[in-house]
Design a protein around this ligand. Structure first.
Ligand SMILES: NC(=O)c1ccc[n+]([C@@H]2O[C@H](COP(=O)([O-])OP(=O)(O)OC[C@H]3O[C@@H](n4cnc5c(N)ncnc54)[C@H](O)[C@@H]3O)[C@@H](O)[C@H]2O)c1
Length: 334
């Protein structure tokens, strides 16, 4: 098989490429990535010289680049995106360009190249926010995004479905919970908290840490995509479930593993439009045969160990990068 992976230098994409070449060593993986601030070629440096891996530096919204990258491809796995909600609140247009327009450009090229599968990687955030006792999202839940990030991904989800309905492009979609694991950019909650604490700094926890997310180990996500590529129904959306935790519970677990107390927590204001809770009904994927190999508590410990042992990877990313200025998230009329 010849796979085009978009955004393969990012967190999930790089883990997916490692997973794929380990489990499908006969396949060729082409990684198309623009190497934005979130793209880290070092995450794939062990693949240098691997004849089953090719890298193309390019923008998914550039039709010419995408057309060339798509030549001879039979399967597309589309991760490339702007992915940080706080950044989307400050600069929404770049999210619409990459996440929505970029996906449309890829879909068009996939049609021309007559690919056998276009797999789109999306997020549970497209479904909006749940209350504490609401039932989890299913693939039938209407999209109700509440942040520019989620709206730009929802636009992509609609386009992917429209290309299936209109042109019968053979698509599948996974909408997944928050991922965690190695090679996760230190601007995101879990790696930011771990690396701040390893540096002796406090961790900024929004509100009282009461917001709830599901957490999915990144290699369990890769395994889910693999299964959907093999057994998923064309045109279908599969939700990839994680384990529910409040942000305070996640923070306490990281502090516990590192032997630190709660004086390291700095409570900060919520982001604008902060979604309270996401939760996914993973029945359809479990029915296909997926079950996670990792539990949150154990894999979080392993992730912390990875960050301890790999500061060569994350330290340069933190140095010289200012913290996101959330005071720039100006509320209309305020
Ligand atoms: N991280 C999560 O917890 C999570 C949860 C659900 C869904 N997702 C989705 O999974 C996908 C991957 O997320 P991630 O956390 O690995 O993101 P990431 O920000 O770590 O990586 C994104 C990658 O896309 C590349 N990229 C950005 N703009 C591009 C463009 N215009 N052209 C080509 N490449 C471009 C970046 O260079 C980077 O390598 C995204 O689509 C995201 O919406 C992520």
């Amino acid at each position: 098989m010849k796979l085009l992976v978009t955004g393969g230098a990012g967190f999930i994409g790089s883990n997916f490429i490692h997973y794929w070449l380990k489990n499908h060593p006969e396949d060729l993986v082409v990684n198309l990535d623009a190497l934005t601030y979130a793209g880290h070629p070092e995450s794939l440096k062990d693949l240098e010289g691997n004849s089953n891996y090719q890298f193309i530096k390019g923008d998914i919204a550039d039709g010419e680049v995408v057309k060339q990258a798509m030549a001879g491809i039979d399967t597309v796995v589309h991760f490339a995106a702007e992915s940080h909600v706080d950044r989307s609140i400050i600069d929404p247009l770049v999210f619409v360009r990459t996440n929505t327009l970029g996906t449309a450009v890829l879909l068009n090229a996939a049609m021309d190249a007559k690919v056998k599968r276009f797999h789109h990687v999306s997020t549970d955030e497209v479904y909006g926010s749940l209350g504490p006792t609401d039932p989890p999202f299913t693939s039938e839940t209407p999209l109700k995004p509440r942040t520019p990030y989620a709206a730009s991904k929802a636009g992509a989800d609609h386009l992917v479905k429209a290309f299936f309905e209109t042109y019968r492009l053979p698509i599948t979609v996974t909408n997944c919970a928050n991922n965690y694991g190695p090679y996760h950019d230190p601007e995101k909650l879990i790696p930011r908290f771990i690396t701040n604490l390893l540096e002796g700094k406090k961790v900024p926890l929004m509100g009282k840490g009461e917001n709830i997310r599901e957490w999915l180990f990144v290699l369990d996500h890769a395994k889910a995509i693999d299964l959907v590529l093999q057994k998923g129904k064309i045109g279908e959306t599969y939700l990839v479930q994680g384990e529910e935790r409040t942000n305070l519970e996640v923070t306490r677990k990281i502090l516990e593993v590192l032997g630190l107390d709660e004086s390291y927590i700095e409570y900060v204001e919520h982001r604008l439009g902060h979604d309270f809770r996401y939760a996914n009904d993973g029945t359809a994927l479990r029915d296909l045969g997926w079950k996670p190999d990792h539990t949150f508590d154990q894999s979080l410990e392993e992730t912390i160990k990875w960050y301890k042992e790999n500061d060569w990877w994350w330290k340069p990313l933190k140095e010289g990068r200012p913290n996101i200025d959330r005071s720039a998230q100006i509320k209309y009329g305020k």
